[in-house]
Write a new protein. Structure first.
Length: 211
């Protein structure tokens, strides 16, 4: 795991074995995510400096994120979305589906910087009381060392394949395939894939549109 400090915020990321970090070799997902953040910031008419200050990161770091050259942790990414007054789900790429059916191939997706894991939205935008997303976590992948929070009322994680180390507050629990755990999303939490194979989980949150 690599750790980098940027300005007032610490940003941590996992660099999969044999691969370079996004700061050395940005890939298409990092470039798309950065472009999406820049698009939202400009649409809000927020300067780079003001957005960085609100997100508790340095201006240079946010600039690197927008250019796909830095790997923000999930906590940093959430603060950036909050600074733009957007749920992090607005960073997912793909067209929003209409109605209540979401085809697998049409899911909106977000590959996190460094390729540590990929999220896909299972529920459509029309769902207001429930939100579900599926996460495929790379071997050794995590959202960064810094715990993150969000504004849902309740959250449940279900391990579909592999294993997950789930940390909430001071407690860490290992979840195996088929296990589930209910979380308080307002309490700092984070996760790790302890295996050398991918882990797939479902996150179920109420109410919807808070992720």
């Amino acid at each position: 795991m690599a750790t980098t400090r940027h300005g007032t915020s610490e940003t941590q990321h996992v660099v999969p074995p044999g691969q370079k970090g996004a700061a050395e070799q940005p890939d298409e997902h990092d470039l798309q995510l950065g472009a999406r953040i820049r698009q939202l910031r400009k649409a809000k008419r927020v300067t780079l400096r003001d957005a960085a200050t609100a997100a508790s990161v340095s201006e240079s770091f946010l600039s690197q994120v927008e250019r796909g050259l830095a790997n923000p942790s999930v906590a940093s990414l959430r603060r950036i979305a909050d600074a733009l007054e957007q749920p992090i789900a607005t960073l997912f790429l793909g067209s929003e589906t209409e109605g209540m059916v979401v085809r697998f191939a049409e899911r909106r997706r977000l590959t996190h910087p460094g390729g540590a894991f990929e999220d896909s939205l299972v529920t459509p935008p029309a769902a207001r009381k429930l939100q579900i997303h599926q996460t495929v976590i790379s071997p050794g992948g995590s959202p960064g060392e810094e715990p993150y929070t969000h504004s849902a009322d309740e959250e449940c994680v279900i391990v579909l394949e592999g294993a997950l180390l789930m940390t909430a507050g001071e407690d860490t629990v290992r979840l195996e395939q088929g296990d589930s755990m209910v979380l308080d999303p307002r309490q700092g939490h984070r996760f790790d894939n302890p295996l050398d194979t991918p882990t797939t989980v479902l996150w179920v949150m109420t109410p919807g549109n808070n992720y």
